[in-house]
Design a protein around this ligand. Sequence first.
Ligand code: DGL
Length: 271
Amino acid sequence: MSFVDIKNNQAIGVFDSGIGGLTVVRALMERLPFENIIYFGDTARVPYGIKSVETINRYAAQITDFLLKKEVKLLVVACNTMAAVAYQTIKDLSPVPVLEVIEASARNAAAATATKSIGVIGTPATINSNAYARAIHLLDKEAKIYSQACPLFVPVVEEGWLDHPATRLIAQEYLKPVLAEQIDTLVLGCTHYPLLKPLLQEIAGPEINLIDSAEAMADATGNLLKELKLGNASRQPPQYLFCVSDVPYRFQTIGERFLGRSLGQVELVRL
Ligand code: DGL
């Protein structure tokens, strides 16, 4: 495929079901400080992780269309749930390269494990799709994957309960069956989970590698831009635009927690 018409200074389009994908934007800003970024978060319709495959695909197609109209040079599917069930739909619609979070995390997990026993946690849609197991098995046929859906993690993270006793109890309960399998690597297969990293590391123990999907995504984006020679050569301060389908109560504070800095310009968009 040729991407000759793409210009290096075009923005990277990042999309997510809500604001969790800002963990990916944060990693991208750190890893690629001169790239312009347009983010779309479907805050009016989040969460996707408990919705049907058909609905998630329909929403993903609408967001793809929106970002392509903004003339992005690359699409980054930050949402694990969309990556798990709607990647093909997005790819079929897109004339620009598409990167998704699952392959990036699978690669890091396969590289990190010594025992080939890997745990994966994510939303119900992600875990039911089996997308992580498929992606890891493509890299290592012998890997054993133990998956666990953790539907309560998204609301507790949005509530800001990152080290709350209730979150600790929920995490202990969810991780119990996965940790019983003697895994040495745990994939945090959801945009929200990087914020629970300190708590999850404490529960899992220091010897378990936690694979942060946000960092994996930023690494994969950096590598692809280099490979396709599409990195922004300009050393101007980059432009960031955050588009959302609703501005819910407390959006700014939650968003800033995910992003680790001020959100700046937020635009309300109707799809
Ligand atoms: N962004 C979703 C994910 O990474 C979590 C939130 C949701 O369920 O929409 O799977």
